[in-house]
Design a protein around this ligand. Structure first.
Ligand SMILES: C=C(O[C@@H]1C=C(C(=O)O)C=C[C@H]1O)C(=O)O
Length: 357
């Protein structure tokens, strides 16, 4: 490549960067004006953000992939929103957990993330008004439901206003560069289970597997001891400055965790929405079938069904159900009405846009 051609491309990039910068600030000016119209009220509008991202993906003609442009616009909206008012997002800490990555995936890097010691605390902080939203894990594709989050959703006054899907990649991390001399591997029990076969195949049997409270905690412990390694994700590797000895060591390649975002408000329809409900059924034959028949009658699809023992009575079950559509749609309203007639208890946990990223 000749120096002159290289220079002409770099000059073109410099000129475009100046234009992009001016346009970004114009965009921020509109966001600020919208912020003033909101008059100190609700600034975060998940339905609008979902529409912006979906439109960008649709408009994109490359060569940048849809995912890359959507991620860039995620950050642009995050920066624009933060000049209206910066948001604080509570998550299950410490720093470097997948919950923190999910919070950043949904709100971008301009949001302030606040690490909490437990999922309970993350809910409480938002319920008390000390943070704006909580991002909590609700299910993993290999390990199933996160029971504590489901339990907390039954009684919280907070509403679900979004969902985040995060591909979970685990790496073997260590302070030193090679595999030799590892005596112990730390990780959360779920992650040890998700990498069980890789560990069997790649580490000597005498290497001890120790479960700890989170992957970020595992990475912290490994950063303190040359004979220890950790299984954790990219964020924890970066946070504790560890080498990645082996990447993507999860046994199940599509390992994904779904998180829910909860805050103190309802969300308008975006055009592609889900509604999450919890309800109880009596413990008698056919009760669940009878309970769910209004869905089919109203042409509403169910995207999730999870049962969990209720804490109020022996052998009573709660059913966590996600349906397609928004509570402002007639078919969803009719379904809810019929469900309320049949179930002893129905709570709408929230209606929110389907994850775009
Ligand atoms: C600008 C707005 O406020 C926020 C920022 C958005 C953006 O940058 O596009 C979109 C939705 C809101 O979360 C808005 O409500 O339109």
């Amino acid at each position: 490549m000749s120096d002159e051609i290289l220079k002409s491309h770099r000059d073109a990039i410099d000129a475009l960067d100046a234009q992009i910068l001016a346009m970004l600030n114009q965009r921020a000016g509109h966001a600020r004006a919208i912020g003033e119209l909101k008059g100190g009220g609700l600034v975060y509008r998940p339905e609008r953000e979902a529409q912006v991202l979906a439109r960008i993906k649709q408009l994109n003609s490359g060569p940048l992939p849809d995912e890359s442009v959507a991620k860039l616009f995620r950050e642009i909206m995050s920066a624009c929103l933060s000049i209206e008012r910066p948001l604080t997002i509570a998550y299950l800490g410490p720093e470097g957990t997948f919950s923190q990555s999910a919070a950043i995936k949904q709100f971008g890097h301009a949001a302030v993330t606040q690490a909490c010691a437990s999922i309970d605390e993350a809910f409480r902080v938002v319920e008390a008004g000390a943070a704006d939203y909580v991002v909590a894990p609700v299910e993993n594709s290999t390990e199933g439901a996160v029971g504590r989050t489901l339990d907390l959703m039954v009684s919280t006054p907070l509403k679900v206003c979004g969902e985040v899907e995060l591909r979970i990649h685990h790496h073997l991390l260590r302070r030193e560069a090679g595999l030799a001399g590892i005596r112990r591997v730390y990780s959360h029990a779920q992650s040890l289970a998700q990498c069980h076969e890789w560990l069997n195949d790649n580490l000597p049997v005498e290497v001890e597997r120790v479960s700890v409270s989170s992957n970020a905690e595992a990475a912290r412990l490994a950063s303190l001891d040359a004979h220890c390694a950790a299984i954790a994700g990219d964020a924890a590797a970066e946070r504790f400055g560890l080498h990645k000895l082996a990447e993507n060591i999860e046994d199940e390649p599509n390992n994904t965790t779904r998180f829910l975002v909860l805050g103190y408000h309802d969300t308008n329809a975006s055009g592609r929405d889900k509604t999450s409900l919890v309800m109880s059924a009596q413990n008698k034959p056919g009760a669940v079938h009878q309970l769910l028949s209004p869905l089919a009658e109203n042409g509403v699809s169910m995207t999730k069904f999870e049962s969990r023992p209720s804490r109020t009575g022996l052998w009573e079950y709660l059913f966590f159900v996600d349906i397609e559509g928004h509570t402002s749609e007639a078919r969803v309203q009719n379904t809810l009405e019929a469900l309320r007639e049949r179930a002893a208890f129905v709570k709408v946990l929230g209606a929110y846009p389907v994850a775009v990223l």
